[in-house]
Write a protein of this length. Structure first.
Lengths: 232, 174
């Protein structure tokens, strides 16, 4: 008698498959149960860690960065929502919310001067100033995170990467851009990046020169007077 | 041969102390180089800080820019190896656009070529007939203080010996 083919064989096969499937489910259930247990343990460990180091997280920017990165690797966003489990437990949400408010205040205050465009450095400097010496220290990483949250809330905030840092934009580009102000910012930034040199002995206000442009001009025998007229 | 100015000399911002730290470093290094090459070209061994302010190096009349010779940052960079103050008030200094050791080497080389390894003695007070600076354009105008230092450098190296005599000083080369 031949094996394999035939209704009987098919039925057997189906039974075997079903058994395997069941086994598969059973295995999956096991794994899930195990994973849940692990997650529980992990969660409580993290809770313990967070409550132990809550002060540290609030006070120390360096520690805060590391904590944030650790959360990121396990897929936890402590700032996900103001009322979320994590933000409540860690109390970090408030910190970033307050920081966001401060950032908005600084940007609003300077908007008339810089057209809503400010370097991250300057923003950092002013935020620190505004916080006073008894407040918790704030790093540029904190500012970037707070701004990211602001973006999500649709406050018109954006960050433009320039050189190794950012320009923070608090006003959408189409509105209210004073071009001379932007140019001023650009000049400041060029100085910072070492692309421009400052000349404080020119008649009138200080001028910025670009060495790269200068050598080109010199080679064409343009006088310094003519050259200076070409700079903004 | 007239002195060739570097491109920075006609660049107005070169005369303003740059706020950017990296740019400033490059700027001061360029100033150091310019000051030394100028002194070397004109064989200046001493510098009076106040008088130097009027010199074309620090005062570019064509583009109407000056750099203060009393500027601390400038002086610090120049002093680190090449300038030596003659007085406590820092109004005059020695400019070593070539260091005594380097001079010593040049002198020794020249001496070796002169007499094929014989021992040489030169007496070099001002009345001397055999002052090396009389013989080589390179040494021309080499001031006695520098000459003495260079020979002292050779002496510490064991290549020469300074002998003090009544008429002045002599040098024995080995």
């Amino acid at each position: 008698m031949r094996r394999g083919v035939g209704a009987g064989a098919i039925a057997k096969k189906k039974l075997a498959e079903a058994k395997y499937k069941e086994r598969g489910n059973v295995l999956a259930e096991d794994q899930i149960a195990q994973m849940s247990k692990q997650l529980e343990t992990f969660k409580s460990n993290l809770e313990e860690f967070a409550s132990k180091h809550k002060q540290e997280i609030r006070k120390n920017p360096q520690f805060r960065v590391q904590f944030q990165e650790m959360c990121a690797t396990i897929g936890v966003d402590p700032l996900a929502s103001g009322k979320g489990f994590w933000s409540e437990m860690l109390g970090v949400g408030d910190f970033y919310y307050e920081l966001g408010v401060q950032i908005i205040e600084v940007c609003l205050a300077l908007k008339h001067r810089n057209g809503g465009l400010i370097t991250l450095d300057e923003l950092h400097h002013r935020v620190l100033k505004g916080r006073g010496k008894y407040a918790q220290d704030v790093s540029q990483d904190d500012l970037v995170r707070a701004i990211k949250k602001l973006k999500v809330m649709g406050n018109g905030f954006g960050m433009i990467p320039v050189g190794g840092s950012y320009l923070v934009q608090s006003v959408p580009a189409e509105l209210n851009m004073d071009h001379t102000v932007v140019l001023q910012l650009a000049e400041d930034h060029l100085l910072k990046e070492g692309l421009a040199w400052l000349d404080s002995q020119s008649a009138g206000e200080a001028q910025y020169w670009l060495p790269a442009l200068f050598s080109e001009l010199s080679s064409r025998d343009i006088t310094p007077e003519e050259a200076s007229q070409m700079t903004p | 041969m007239s002195f060739e100015w570097p491109w920075q000399y006609n660049f107005p911002p070169f005369f303003t102390l740059q706020p950017n730290v990296d740019t400033r470093q490059k700027q001061l290094a360029a100033w150091c180089s310019l000051a030394l090459t100028y002194c070397r070209h004109h064989k200046l061994y001493t510098l009076d800080i106040m008088e130097a302010q009027e010199s074309p190096v620090f005062n570019n009349k064509k583009i109407e820019r000056i750099i203060k010779t009393t500027m601390n940052e400038l002086l610090i960079v120049l002093t680190s190896g090449n300038l030596e103050w003659l007085d406590k008030n820092k109004s005059r200094c020695l400019v070593m656009w070539r260091r005594p050791e380097e001079w010593g080497k040049l002198i020794y080389q020249w001496v070796s070529h002169q007499t094929e390894r014989q021992v040489n003695i030169f007496i070099f007070p001002e009345t001397s007939q055999t002052n090396p600076s009389r013989f080589l354009p390179e040494f021309h105008g080499l001031e006695e203080w520098m000459l003495l230092r260079s020979l002292q450098a050779l002496q510490s190296d064991g290549k020469a010996e300074i002998i003090t005599m009544d008429e002045g000083k002599g040098v024995k080369f080995f």
